[in-house]
Design a protein around this ligand. Structure first.
Ligand SMILES: [Zn+2]
Length: 457
């Protein structure tokens, strides 16, 4: 009853910017219970999250002082792309206040209460998994330093504090609201090895971000400086893993207006891809084209990237997205329909409602309904305004795909010709002829990160 009333009110809501004010952490459907006490003992509104930007990058001198026998003398573990990205995010403070991979107390608090053990709101476990056999082979135990390598080069040192197991089924149920192995986040959780290694992490060899992503990747410190240079006090973040169609463009424009923002930050998630996804290069370059061609003024729009494998955790991932963009210095975050969802696991607006029950996160949600193409309005129209719902033409992924694949001509204002042009150019330059991920792209694409060769230490 209450839920349906709330839903119908939201249905009529226009762009709604969240109010602030501490509440207890709880959420329908996930059996998340308030953390006993501590959530009210910390100020979740501090920005960066936790009040201090975490930066853990060691200089050559610090490396020599701390590991005098040299990094190569440490036991070492080559990590997969996802873990390398997370090391980078931890070290530069994208995940502030995390200082390393999570221990049992933090994971358990995230899973049960949607907080860290300290009481700060946090919704996604950030863990380093390893099999017991690998732990034994490496001979690591709490108190040891472990060198994490990537592309055979040193990347980071993990000071191991804890090696533990956690119930992966319970974790999946609590984070994803399901244990269905068809859910990609559940499948990812099930694929984790049986032990988690935790402790603070220090980057020892900052990776290079390769073109064309290099000019779109800024650390939280650099992003905050970029906002200051632009004199942006209010910045509305847009999460994406898509080439922008007109619905996305108008969602950003509407949020900019609703939030009285100075700037819009497109923050494209670059990470693990599935067959048929847009290639990363097309996503960032197509968004950038909207600014280059003046659909956004030069001084109100910026495209950037986040190295992250989507978990498709719907509402919980929405909270995570808000916290990461808050760490970048954003003041607002847009959430449209089915944010970070997959299949039909989450209610269309679950990612809107989850914020109702959270304390002030120091970043306001801009909650939006759908944009579509309306022939009667003769343009892109908003669900909260257009009275011709029976005539609407959804700006669906399927429609946009058929346009891009050349099957149908774009209706005016469905997909900008300039965007289509850049997508086709990216297909030729980066996608082996396709703007969508193919087996060949997965095998042969240029890596997003490259590790500089590092001589001993
Ligand atoms: Zn209309």
């Amino acid at each position: 009853m209450v839920a349906s009333l709330r839903r119908s009110r939201r249905w009529r809501a226009q762009y709604r910017v969240s109010r602030s004010g501490p509440r207890h952490a709880a959420h329908e459907g996930f059996e998340t219970v308030p953390h006993p006490g501590s959530v009210t003992a910390v100020d979740n509104s501090l920005s960066p999250h936790g009040g201090r930007l975490i930066e853990r990058i060691a200089t050559a001198q610090e490396i020599r002082a701390k590991w005098p026998r040299g990094l190569r003398a440490l036991p070492h573990l080559d990590v997969r792309d996802q873990l390398a990205y997370e090391c980078v995010n931890i070290a530069y403070g994208f995940f502030s206040p995390l200082t390393g991979f999570m221990g049992h107390a933090d994971v358990d608090a995230v899973v049960r209460h949607m907080t860290l053990a300290s009481g700060y709101i946090w919704s996604m476990p950030i863990v380093l998994d390893l099999s017991q056999a690998a732990v034994d082979r490496l001979g690591v135990k709490p108190g040891d330093a472990l060198l994490l390598t990537y592309q055979q080069q040193p990347l980071a040192v993990l000071e191991v504090e804890e090696i533990y197991a956690y119930d992966k089924t319970f974790l999946a149920q609590q984070i994803y609201g399901t244990t269905d192995p068809a859910h990609p986040g559940v499948a990812r959780t099930a694929a984790y090895a049986d032990r988690f290694l935790a402790g603070p992490l220090t980057l020892v060899n900052p990776p290079r971000i390769n073109p064309p992503f290099d000019r779109f990747w800024l650390t939280p410190r650099q992003m905050r400086q970029a906002f200051a240079q632009r004199d942006w006090a209010a910045v509305a973040a847009f999460q994406t893993r898509n080439v922008p169609h007109s619905g996305h463009e108008w969602m950003m424009k509407g949020a900019w207006l609703a939030a009285s923002a100075d700037g819009v930050l497109v923050n494209a998630v670059i990470g693990a891809k599935k067959l048929g996804d847009y290639i990363d290069e097309a996503i960032v370059l197509a968004h950038e084209r909207l600014r280059e061609d003046g659909f956004f003024r030069q001084d109100v729009h910026m495209t950037s990237t986040l190295l992250w494998d989507m978990r498709y955790a719907g509402p919980k991932e929405a909270v995570f997205h808000a916290l990461v963009r808050k760490n970048l210095g954003c003041t607002h975050h847009m959430f449209g329909r089915d944010h970070a969802g997959v299949g039909s696991y989450y209610d269309t607006y679950a990612a809107h409602r989850i914020f109702d029950n959270l304390p002030d996160l120091g970043i306001k949600s801009v909650l939006t309904l759908e944009w579509w193409y309306c022939p009667k309005c003769a343009g892109v129209a908003y669900e909260g305004l257009c009275g011709h719902q029976e005539h609407k033409q959804d700006l669906s992924g399927t429609l946009i795909r058929s346009i891009i694949q050349g099957g149908i001509e774009p209706a005016p204002l469905t997909l900008r010709a300039e965007v289509l042009q850049v997508v086709r150019a990216c297909a030729a330059t980066y996608g082996f002829g396709s703007p969508f991920v193919t087996e060949q792209y997965l095998r042969e694409r240029a890596p997003v990160l490259s590790m500089p060769a590092m001589d001993a230490p």
